[in-house]
Structure formats: structure tokens, C-alpha cells
Write a protein that binds this ligand. Structure first.
Ligand SMILES: Nc1ncnc2c1ncn2[C@@H]1O[C@H](COP(=O)(O)OP(=O)(O)O)[C@@H](O)[C@H]1O
Ligand SMILES: [Mg+2]
Length: 368
């Protein structure tokens, strides 16, 4: 068999396109450590999202290119480098690469469900994740993640977050003697508690800190944004008109506070009955409308499934408990699109870690 030149292989592999940026690995400078021995080749590829879908697509393209130059098998080592936000010297959590707020103008649309499942989906893709329950009035994280207990402090300064399913967790629910007790927060107290949740919790290095936001006005978002630079917002809505008005208000509030909207999630989009028939119980098109209003992509639609509520009540979010269910697959795909959008947004502003090209991607693209 004729010897395959390494140069030829590098040339071929360099033409593969990273779908996040729609640029070739050669242009991005994300291909390295190419070696070849006999018919077997190895290469290292840097990607900016943990998405399995991305690895599949890009991996298949690379294998096909390698085959064309006569390589029998290609071993790819993925180097996942999640891009990071701009942290100022005063930022209390510089090792937290991204802060993502899950919000809506409305209660009961599934913010907490979405936050918990997105956090888990990102974790399951191998990234380091924290989940902060910023719903001071009605914390859901202790129930949804099935965890009680009081966070400790090792040094008397920073609070250790609790941990479950490999996710770091903080909630006001952990600090109450009686989780059912109601607390009346006054403005400054609320502000102080939230800032403490960001600054005084030992989050450690994280790729994503997902924040489950309370419904309503912008004061909580503002308290958090004053402490640390926010990567952006995931806006949750349901399909029906009555919900939309409140969600539009949420979008306007984000614009006023200068919080970029990363994407929209339409929850409770449809219901599939046991015969396989699809019913749009709450109408259709709400998510798309909010996305257009926000100028952001619709990241996905999550069906209504009994499993979502049941597993939520039992303390294991559906992505963890039943990953093959339709709702879990929807959340997983949304998490992939979100990670991709985060990477694209970072590179569009010329930031991130090891920005491959200062001109950034020509066009943002979301998988699926
Ligand atoms: N896709 C879904 N299918 C079935 N039940 C859902 C779904 N999304 C949310 N729920 C349920 O709806 C209720 C409200 O959801 P929650 O996430 O607490 O909303 P929010 O945080 O916006 O108030 C919960 O009981 C939750 O389990
Ligand atoms: Mg909630």
C-alpha cells in the first residue's frame, strides 16, 4: 500500500466545516496533532460546544475526508473548550464561564422545569454546571432535584453549594428551617440575598451557571446583572395567546436591561395521545412569535408529558430519569442548540477563549 502523506491528510481534514461557525477547521485553526501510522490516523479537534450532535456531524465529515485520501480509520480526540464571558476584575466568579438566566414574564410556564433539565442535559454532555435557584419566593430546585440539607462553609466565608447528579446547586430553600414557610422579602434583603448567591457561594470553575428566575419584573435580573456579567437569557413561553403578552413584557424588560436573549423555548407545545395523535392543546405558534419579537432563535419545543411533572415531583428531572422520552430528547436538543448559540454569540463579539477569527462567523446557525 502506498504511503499516505501526513500533509495530504492535514489538507483534507482542514476543509471540514465546523457547523457552529460555518467555517473550515483550517480557517478556524481548530485542527491539531494529526498523525498517521499505516492506514490509521489520529487528529485532535477543538470545538466550542459539548454537543453530541455536533461531534457526530463533524466526525462523519472528517472520516469521509480521511477515507478519500486512503486512510482506513480516523481516531478523533475532541477538545471541548466552552467560550467564556467577559469578566471584569471585580467579577466575583471569574471561573464561571457563562451565566444563563432562564426567565419568562409569567409563572407556571415551566421555567424551573426548563432550567433543571437544561442544566442536566449540559452536564450529561460532559460540561461543568451549576444551578442557582433565584426564585426567592417559591424555590423549586430542592423538590425538582430531590435534595434537602443545609450548605456548609469550610472557611466561614464562602458557602459550599450542595451537589446532585454532578451539578452544583444553591437555593434559598436550603437555608430555610421549614421549606414550606413563607418569607417576606423586602427589596434590599432580596437584592442582598441574590448577590450573595452569586458572590459568596463557592461555585468553583463552571462552564455554565444556569439561573432559575422567578416570574415577573426585572429587579432580580438586575440584582444578578449588577454582580456578574450575564451571558444571556433563555425565554420560556407556552403556545397560547394569553401567555404571550406577559412573555413579550419579559422580552422588553431584557432589552431595557441590556440582557441578550439567546433563544426561546416553547414548553407544553403539544400532547401526543396513546394512539400517536398529536394535539396542540394550547394552540400553536407562540414560541415562534416570541422568537421573532425577541430577534432570537426558537431553540425548541417541549411536549406535555406526564413524566415531566411526575419526575419533577419525585426529584429526578426527566432528562436524567427518562432520557429517551420525547420531552427529554427535546430538552437535550435545546441544550445543544443553546450551547451552540452561546459559542456563536461569543465569537461574533470576537471574544471567547482562543477566538479563532476576529471577524467572527458570517452567520449564526442553530442546529435543528
Ligand atoms: N412539558 C411539560 N409537561 C408536563 N408538565 C410540565 C411540563 N413543563 C412543566 N410542567 C409542570 O408544570 C408545573 C409548572 O412548571 P414549573 O417549571 O414549576 O413552572 P415555573 O417555574 O415557570 O413556574 C410543574 O408541576 C411542572 O412539573
Ligand atoms: Mg419556577
Amino acid at each position: 500500500m502506498a504511503e499516505i502523506s501526513r500533509e495530504k491528510l492535514v489538507q483534507a481534514l482542514s476543509t471540514a466545516v465546523d457547523p457552529t461557525f460555518e467555517k473550515s477547521l483550517g480557517d478556524l485553526g481548530t485542527l491539531s496533532d494529526v498523525s498517521i501510522e499505516g492506514g490509521r490516523a489520529r487528529a485532535k479537534v477543538r470545538v466550542s460546544t459539548p454537543s453530541d450532535q455536533l461531534k457526530r456531524t463533524l466526525g462523519e465529515a472528517l472520516e469521509a475526508l480521511a477515507k478519500e485520501v486512503g486512510v482506513e480509520s480516523l481516531d478523533i480526540e475532541w477538545d471541548v473548550q466552552i467560550p467564556t464571558r467577559e469578566a471584569t476584575s471585580e467579577d466575583p466568579i471569574p471561573d464561571v464561564k457563562n451565566v444563563v438566566l432562564v426567565m419568562s414574564g409569567k409563572g407556571g410556564v415551566g421555567k424551573s422545569t426548563t432550567a433543571a433539565n437544561l442544566a442536566l442535559a449540559l452536564r450529561r454532555q460532559g460540561t461543568r454546571v451549576g444551578l442557582l435557584d433565584a426564585d426567592i419566593y417559591g424555590p423549586s430546585v430542592p423538590t425538582m432535584l430531590g435534595i434537602q440539607g443545609h450548605p456548609m462553609s469550610k472557611d466561614g466565608k464562602r458557602i459550599q453549594p450542595l451537589e446532585r447528579f454532578g451539578i452544583k446547586l444553591m437555593s434559598i430553600g436550603f437555608l430555610l428551617e421549614d421549606p414550606t414557610q413563607a418569607i417576606v422579602w423586602r427589596g434590599p434583603m432580596l437584592h442582598g440575598a441574590l448577590q450573595q448567591f452569586i458572590a459568596d457561594v463557592d461555585w468553583g470553575p463552571l462552564d455554565y451557571l444556569v439561573v432559575d428566575m422567578p416570574p415577573g419584573t426585572g429587579d432580580v435580573a438586575l440584582s444578578i446583572a449588577q454582580k456578574a456579567k450575564i451571558t444571556g437569557v433563555v425565554m420560556v413561553t407556552t403556545p397560547q395567546e394569553v401567555a404571550l403578552q406577559d412573555v413579550y413584557k419579559g422580552v422588553s424588560m431584557c432589552k431595557k436591561l441590556n440582557l441578550p436573549i439567546l433563544g426561546v423555548v416553547e414548553n407544553m407545545s403539544y400532547f401526543v395521545d396513546p394512539t400517536g395523535q398529536r394535539h396542540e392543546l394550547f394552540g400553536a405558534g407562540g414560541g415562534q412569535k416570541v422568537a421573532e419579537f425577541a430577534g432570537a432563535p426558537l431553540l425548541g419545543q417541549v411536549p406535555i408529558e406526564t413524566a415531566v411533572r411526575e419526575w419533577g415531583d419525585k426529584g429526578t428531572p426527566v432528562v436524567q430519569a427518562a432520557p429517551r422520552s420525547a420531552s427529554a430528547e427535546a430538552f437535550t436538543s435545546i441544550a445543544e442548540s443553546l450551547a451552540e448559540r452561546i459559542a456563536a454569540v461569543h465569537f461574533a463579539r470576537g471574544g471567547g477563549e482562543k477566538a479563532p477569527d476576529p471577524s467572527g462567523p458570517k452567520r449564526l446557525r442553530i442546529l435543528r
